[in-house]
Structure formats: structure tokens, C-alpha cells
Write a new protein. Structure first.
Length: 504
RNA sequence: CGCGGGGUGGAGCAGUCCGGUAGCUCGCCAGGCUCAUAACCUGGAGGUCACAGGUUCAAAUCCUGUCCCCGCAACCA
């Protein structure tokens, strides 16, 4: 049994979570659940990135302290993910001074000892109206578009991380077979082209006067760590890295996968491994980069007013239909779209008419004969489907994997029509229904990573022996995903509607 | 010449790496079935795969060029 460690990006809690946050968590959760089902000892971590000027400013605007702001907002994220059945093992908060800070501070010291940190003057354009640094791109005719005045040149001292020194090493890491694999592949090429263009050193700290809400730089009272050293380190701080609590189980001994959005790909692909290497820590193995969600075909933005709030979708359709939508309609790595119309169509056709109806028609027929289940052994038809499904799951092609399950459902529906069990003699009918019930048992297992509650309900209605253990973290496919492998299964449960008609 | 993604039947997408009868979902049309949540099944119409050249026995797929859309470019999932 090999070990896996999977993480998501930590969310910035200065506003309520939206669909984009949910997409990432669902994606990572499907992977984590698949890892566990495949028998891997898995750790799954999510969390929040709570420092930074933006929170400092949002808090000031509301007249509360940054700590009060994050303490108020973090539960919005945590509660949502609990509701969504995200099976994380640990929720890290970067403001946790016991769990997070020690590793961050030690990592900084290691980087400094390695000669990768250097104090420099940093000059940039600063708009006092916006209270932030501007880039040339932000300016219109050399002026801040919001305040109609030219920003002033401000120089401040920053610690810099000498990333450029690692260009060669990074290129090797990203191209080595056993290095750091980026999925999808075009993101790897993009990253390599970034290296080709020349990497710049990165500002790793800010003077306390401009950023106070963060981890203090060790041995430099006037500086606060900027986001990178603080936030990225969340992946190893709860493991006690670089402290006396260090536990290597889920890092050195595990395959590490980071699930993140395309906006922060470069930080995870370049900064993070370089930081780890220079601190003498193992680098991660896989970087799974997802795209962004549009809303009704347009970029989601507050000004357009088309931001989709997860709770609205959950209230109307429920948890699993949302998880199903994000897994089925958004190919991993690419941008996707959320549309209410597509949500409704998917709910009706896939969940209600195909899966729900199939379960119902089979169970009603079984019930009419007394509810006995008898799986004919000679009909092995599931092995090939499992093989294809597992291949897709293992290569993170999740929507394709789900489509394989949907095809199996379609095949079952076609099979009923072809065999017409209702017109057969009892013995033949039992055989046909045995095949269908067994297929449904496997469909339940294959759906488990995507829609865990639905998978459990299907299994309960079918009456399989392990139905109540399905969502336990130690539950694995071992010994139950072969044809007829649930030997003690002999009776079906009661059929109930899986997905209601919402129009009624 | 900043970087990247995309342009495939009415809609949304897969296929492009490793050329070989253009596939899926939804919608539409016609049949079938009646176990089931008026659900399910079968068949059909509809595409010169953005455009122009080139390579090849053969190109959506490789090469060259052009046009259009969309992201990103130090803290925005």
C-alpha cells in the first residue's frame, strides 16, 4: 500500500467562496477518494491563506481587526466544504501560530543560510489613492484610472529570493521523468517557456509599514514575510517539517500531488520546488492545474454581477448534482462553464432519467419477484469497464471516467429493453435482473468518488453487504470490484426515487 | 514579432501528441416498448473539421502563412 498526499490551494478568505473555489475542492476530493478506494494510504489537506494586505485593508474598511475578519470568514469556507462532502483530513490556517508558523520561520532561516535570500531596494510605482503598487499595465496615460493622478515612485527594502539561480535546475526537474510532473501537459510547456524567457528574483518580504498582517521575518524586526514563504509552506507545516515534530510519512514517503488553479501555476511550478530544494526538503511529484469557470459563457466577475454562489445551486439541486456537474461537464485542466440551463439538462437526463430511473426500474422488477438477488456467474462483463475507468482516473481524466460510467448505465438501459425481463419466465428473468443488479452495484462503486452520497444510497437500495461502510476512509475496492464478488449479497432493499423531478 | 488557450453538424464539447471511413451530450424528426421517475430503446436528418497554401497513396490530425475569439503578464480560484 503506497502513500499519497494531495492538497488544494489554500483559499483567500476576504470574501465568501464562489463556484471556482468549489471546482477545485471537488476535483481534489474526487482524486483523494479515488486514491483511498484504490487502496492508498491517503492524506488530503485544504485550508485558508489568511495574511496579506488585502485582508488587512478589508478589515480596516469594516472597522475590525484582520484576525476578526478571517475568524468570521474562514467558517464560510469550511462549512461549505463540509457540506459538499469534501473528505479532507486536515484544514490548515496560515494564522495558526502553533501549527503553521514554526515551519515557515525555519524554512526562511534555511533559505537565508543557503544564500538564496538577499536584501535589496525595490523601486516601483505606488498610488496613494489605491494604497498599492501599480504596474505599467494598470495605468492609463501614465495615470491611475481610479484616481486620475500619476503614481509616485517609491523605494522600499525587500528581501529577495534568488529564483534565477535555479533556472537550470528547475528546467531539469520539470523535464525529468521522475521529477515534477505538470498536468495537463501544455501547462508544463508554458512553464518551460517561462524559464526560457528568464526567471526573475522574487520579492519575499515587505516592510512592516506596508504589510503588518503576516509572519514576521526572523532576525529582522522591520520586515514581514510576503505571501510566498508563508502561504506555500502550508503544505508541509502541519507535518511539522523543519521542527522537532517532523513526520515524513506523507511527504518524503508519499507521492505528493498539488491541485491548483492556472493563475498560481507558476508559483507552484517554480518558486515552491526551488524553495524546498534550497531548504533541503524533497520536492513534490505532481502538479494538477485546473482551469477557470465562466458563468453562462462569460468571465465571472462582481461587476458583471454573474458570480454564481454555490449555495444557490446546492439549495436547488443538492450536493451531488453539483459535484456531478463539475466533474462531468468540466474537462480537467481546461476552462469550463457553469450554466443553469446545462445544469438542469444534466440533472434531468443523466441523473434522473438515466441513473435514477435505471435503478428504480430494476429494483421494482426485482421486488415483484420477492427481492431475491442472484448474480449469474458466467456473465463477466465488468472487468473491461473497470480497466478503462481506472486508466482514466489514474491519469486525472475524470470527466472521461465519469462518461465511461454513464455509458455503462446506457448499456444497462438498452439491455433491459432488449431482454424485456417482464415478459420472461421467472428463471430467465432472475438471470437478467441478476446481471442488471450486479452492474448497478459496480455503477455505485464507480460513482463513489464523484457522488459519494448517491453511491451510498444506490448501494443501500440494492442491499449490498458493504453499503454502510462505503464512505469510511479505510474502504477500498479490494475484493469487491470483481464480477459477483459480494458473496453475501442476496436480497435487494426498497426502491426509492433517487432524484426527484424538480419541475413538479 | 510577450506567453498561452480556442475556432469541428442548431447549442456545448471530444478527437489533433502517435495522419487512415468525423465521435459524444443536448436539441430536432420518425418508429418501438410499456418494467420504470411521461422515463427507456432503435433509427434518421444535419458538418467541404476558421481560411489559404504545402507534404503524403491518405490530413480535423504534420509543415508554412493569414484571420477571428478568449485568458494571463508579482499577490485575481
Amino acid at each position: 500500500m503506497s502513500k499519497k498526499y494531495i492538497t488544494t490551494a489554500i483559499d483567500y478568505p476576504n470574501a465568501a467562496p464562489h463556484m471556482g473555489h468549489v471546482l477545485e475542492k471537488v476535483l481534489a476530493d474526487v482524486c483523494a477518494r479515488w486514491f483511498r478506494l484504490s487502496g492508498h494510504d491517503t492524506r488530503f489537506q485544504i485550508g485558508t491563506d489568511e495574511h496579506g494586505v488585502k485582508n488587512q485593508r478589508t478589515a480596516a474598511k469594516e472597522g475590525i481587526s484582520p484576525k476578526e475578519l478571517v475568524d468570521r470568514n474562514v467558517p464560510l469556507f469550511k462549512d461549505l466544504y463540509d457540506k459538499l462532502n469534501i473528505s479532507y483530513d486536515y484544514f490548515v490556517r496560515t494564522t495558526d501560530q502553533d501549527v503553521h508558523f514554526p515551519t515557515v520561520i525555519e524554512l526562511w532561516k534555511k533559505l537565508k543560510d543557503s544564500g538564496m535570500l538577499e536584501k535589496r531596494n525595490y523601486t516601483a510605482l505606488y498610488c496613494s489613492g489605491c494604497e498599492r503598487f501599480m504596474t505599467n499595465k494598470d495605468l492609463v496615460d501614465g495615470k491611475c484610472p481610479d484616481h486620475q493622478k500619476a503614481p509616485e515612485e517609491v523605494t522600499e527594502e525587500n528581501w529577495f529570493f534568488l529564483l534565477s539561480k535555479d533556472s537550470k535546475w528547475l528546467k531539469k526537474l520539470l523535464t525529468d521523468k521522475n521529477g515534477y510532473t505538470i498536468v495537463p501537459k501544455f501547462r508544463q510547456q508554458e512553464t518551460l517557456s517561462l524559464i526560457e524567457q528568464g526567471l526573475e528574483d522574487i520579492s519575499f518580504s515587505r516592510p512592516k509599514s506596508s504589510l503588518d498582517w503576516g509572519v514576521p521575518v526572523p532576525d529582522d524586526d522591520n520586515q514581514t514575510m510576503y505571501v510566498w514563504c508563508d502561504a506555500l509552506t502550508n503544505y508541509i507545516s502541519p507535518l511539522g517539517y523543519l521542527t522537532d515534530k517532523e513526520d515524513k510519512t506523507y511527504w518524503d514517503d508519499a507521492e505528493v500531488t498539488h491541485v491548483i488553479g492556472k493563475d498560481i501555476a507558476r508559483f507552484h511550478a517554480l518558486y515552491w520546488p526551488s524553495m524546498l530544494k534550497n531548504a533541503g526538503v524533497k520536492t513534490p511529484d505532481k502538479l494538477l492545474v485546473h482551469g477557470f469557470l465562466t458563468s453562462e459563457g462569460q468571465k465571472m466577475s462582481k461587476s458583471l454581477g454573474n458570480v454564481v454562489v454555490p449555495s444557490e445551486v446546492i439549495d436547488k439541486y443538492g450536493i451531488d448534482p453539483l459535484r456531478f456537474y463539475l466533474s462531468h461537464e468540466v474537462p480537467v485542466g481546461r476552462d469550463g462553464d457553469f450554466s443553469w440551463d446545462r445544469m438542469q439538462k444534466m440533472y434531468d437526463s443523466k441523473l434522473r432519467n438515466d441513473i435514477g430511473n435505471l435503478l428504480n426500474r430494476v429494483l421494482v422488477l426485482v421486488g415483484k419477484d420477492g427481492g431475491k438477488i442472484n448474480v449469474p456467474e458466467e456473465t463477466e462483463i465488468i472487468g473491461d469497464t473497470w480497466k478503462k475507468y481506472a486508466e482514466k482516473m489514474n491519469s486525472f481524466e475524470l470527466s472521461e471516467a465519469l462518461q465511461i460510467v454513464c455509458s455503462l448505465v446506457s448499456d444497462c438501459n438498452a439491455y433491459i429493453d432488449k431482454k424485456k425481463p417482464w415478459g420472461l419466465e421467472i428463471e430467465d428473468r432472475e438471470k437478467v435482473l441478476g446481471v442488471l443488479s450486479e452492474c448497478l452495484r459496480h455503477i455505485g462503486l464507480m460513482l463513489l468518488p464523484f457522488v459519494p452520497d448517491t453511491a451510498e444510497i444506490i448501494s443501500i437500495q440494492l442491499g449490498v453487504s458493504y453499503a454502510d461502510k462505503l464512505q469510511n476512509k479505510g474502504f477500498s475496492l479490494e475484493g469487491i470490484n470483481l464480477w459477483g464478488s459480494d458473496k453475501s449479497w442476496c436480497a435487494a432493499g426498497k426502491p426509492e426515487i433517487l432524484f426527484e423531478d424538480l419541475e413538479k
